[in-house]
Ligand binder design. Structure first.
Ligand SMILES: Cc1cc2nc3c(=O)[nH]c(=O)nc-3n(C[C@H](O)[C@H](O)[C@H](O)COP(=O)(O)OP(=O)(O)OC[C@H]3O[C@@H](n4cnc5c(N)ncnc54)[C@H](O)[C@@H]3O)c2cc1C
Length: 311
């Protein structure tokens, strides 16, 4: 049983989510783990994938049709080699979730979504009801198409491997979609899903200006990513892509500092796997304290600036 992991990359480097997905792949495999790098001029990303510990072979599919990650073309590339594999694993990222269902549908198998644990090659665990219950899912499909919640698996070592690299022709353009443009948020801060430290603010901040004034200096001091609760996002205090939670990003940094966030289950669903959780809230009954390793009952407008000063 050979497992195929679909790499998330920017053609030159691998995105960290690939490393967690490789770990999930190793847990599924009784044979080898291969990695598909589907891209354009993606030899460098292929080289990076070949160095990941535990990977036996890297397949680099190179074609202009794969330059912009169009889901139709990437899915066709996966399907071109899918029959050689027992499992096809995608990181549960926006990209992975864009391609995996197409692959599953065209293989006529049921997608197994958002796994956090591999019990055996055909049995997986995945959170449901905002993480309040774990479903155990067993699949009898010949090829298992799986998306992997990256916070559920440690990252494989990025170096130490020496996989063979095979270059194959990329698929032709499907003609079903075309790339028009991309607007990317530019930020000096670490991207939320990759950040080692995240500081998040909630509704208590009261305005976009206060959010910046109070939270940004703490993030700067700690070189942290900035996150927010949905209430803060909905109120316009923080941009949409900062939202952490069930309908935002799922994160598991080394340190998560929640300021003025009550700890609704939908927020906890996105951050409770963080290694160390610190909560600052003026209400000692706030549910966030039930998951916090360190809690400070205080007014954030005095506590956060004091913390910044002390750092
Ligand atoms: C289907 C669905 C999906 C959802 N998805 C998400 C999601 O992805 N992410 C998410 O975050 N939410 C999500 N929510 C919303 C969620 O239920 C909560 O409404 C939201 O998380 C509350 O945000 P908050 O903690 O910032 O605000 P509040 O619940 O209003 O809490 C504010 C907290 O700040 C404290 N506070 C006030 N002033 C101060 C001060 N000066 N100093 C210190 N503390 C202070 C208060 O004591 C309170 O605990 C979802 C809800 C639904 C129904």
């Amino acid at each position: 049983m050979t497992v195929l992991v679909i790499a998330e990359h920017d053609h030159a480097t691998l995105k960290p989510a690939t490393l967690n997905t490789v770990t999930a792949g190793i847990a599924c495999a009784s044979g080898d783990v291969h990695v598909l790098v589907a891209g354009a001029n993606a030899a460098e990303a292929g080289k990076a994938a070949s160095q990941v510990a535990g990977v036996a072979k890297v397949i680099v599919a190179d074609s202009p049709s794969l330059a912009e990650n169009l889901a139709e073309n990437v899915a066709a590339q996966v399907l071109a080699i899918a029959k050689n594999y027992s499992h096809i694993l995608f990181p549960s990222t926006a990209n992975g979730k864009n391609v995996a269902p197409r692959v599953a549908a065209l293989l006529d198998v049921a997608q197994i979504s958002d796994i956090t644990k591999v019990d055996s090659p055909d049995t997986f665990e995945r959170p449901i009801y905002a993480g309040n219950a774990i479903a155990i899912v067993q699949s009898s499909d010949a090829i298992k198409v799986v998306t992997v919640r990256t916070t559920g698996f440690d990252a494989a070592a990025a170096t130490g491997g020496s996989a063979a690299i095979e270059t194959v022709d990329g698929v032709a353009d499907s003609g079903k979609s075309s790339f028009v443009g991309r607007e990317v948020t530019k930020s000096e801060r670490p991207e939320l899903t990759a950040a080692k430290i995240i500081v998040s603010g909630g509704r208590a901040l009261g305005s976009a200006e206060k959010f910046q004034e109070v939270m940004a200096p703490l993030a700067d001091k700690l070189n942290a990513g900035l996150g927010a609760s949905r209430a803060a996002v909905d109120a316009g205090y923080a941009p949409n892509d900062w939202q952490v939670g069930q309908t935002g990003k799922i994160v598991a940094p080394q340190l998560y500092i929640a300021c003025g966030i009550s700890g609704a289950i939908q927020h906890l669903a996105g951050m409770k796997d963080s290694k160390v959780i610190v909560a600052i809230n003026k209400d000692e009954e706030a549910p966030i304290f039930s998951v916090a390793d360190y809690g400070l009952v205080a007014d954030l407008f005095t506590a956060v600036p004091e913390l910044v000063k002390a750092l």
